[in-house]
Design a protein. Structure first.
Length: 233
């Protein structure tokens, strides 16, 4: 499995607090069968997370080195979870994409946003958008998700919402998206090691496997990440 959305870098956002917790998270991933993780720290200037590519690269190298020293066999890739912003194009110039691709993971937050317009504008700049956890946005409808998919926008659903964790409304939407084939990636959105993100990913994989089959589970937990984000590796 590959987790494309995790807050594994210590001390840069509301994710893990120190290197020890980062390693605990990675160890749980390894034990559960997650072989690669994207470090997607928040880039959210309006919320106080004005992380730059340079800062996140330094944090990633620190965690990579520590994981190697601890013999943890999980490959780490650089990315970011980028908040929607009035000057989003400028923010994207400072923030890392996912593994230096033209694919960006965007968080549209709980304040109503014109997701379709933002994604269209970014497509004109040659970006492909992955919408982070659309099942959480109370203002987005299933019809809007279907339109976004036709527009070429990708959807990342959080693993907990497939296994009855989080709000019931988010669970309902996530499962409906699975049934309609509207999910491109399932990821943990892990913030703390105590949440056992590897175990959550494994349970969500088993749920998707049961409901949609092994081929679809492989697509959502591994193959799509390889195709979209690791094609050059």
């Amino acid at each position: 499995m590959i987790d494309i959305h995790a807050h594994v870098l210590p001390g840069v956002d509301d994710g893990v607090v120190d290197l020890e917790e980062s390693l605990a998270m990675l160890k749980n991933y390894e034990q559960a069968g997650v072989r690669a993780v994207f470090a997607t720290s928040h880039v959210a200037p309006k919320r106080g997370y004005a992380n730059t590519r340079e800062r996140l690269e330094k944090g990633l190298e620190r965690v990579r080195h520590a994981a190697q020293e601890a013999n943890i066999d999980v490959t780490l890739y650089l990315g970011a979870e980028i908040d929607n912003h009035p000057q989003l194009a400028n923010v994207l110039q400072q923030a890392p994409s996912l593994n230096d691709s033209r694919v960006v993971l965007l968080d549209f937050g709980m304040k109503q946003a014109d997701i379709e317009e933002v994604c269209y504008e970014l497509s004109l700049l040659d970006y492909t958008v992955i919408v982070a956890h659309p099942e959480r946005y109370f203002y987005i409808t299933m019809e809007a998700i279907r339109r976004l998919k036709k527009q070429g926008v990708l959807m990342q659903v959080s693993a907990p919402h497939l296994i009855k964790r989080g709000s019931k409304d988010a669970q309902k939407i996530a499962r409906k998206m699975l049934k309609e084939g509207l999910i491109d990636f399932v990821a943990s959105d892990a913030h703390r090691a105590k949440g056992m993100p590897g175990d959550v990913m494994k349970k969500a994989y088993q749920y998707v496997q049961k409901k949609a089959g092994t081929v679809q589970a492989e697509r959502l937990f591994s193959e799509n990440a390889k195709s979209w984000l690791l094609g050059r590796d």
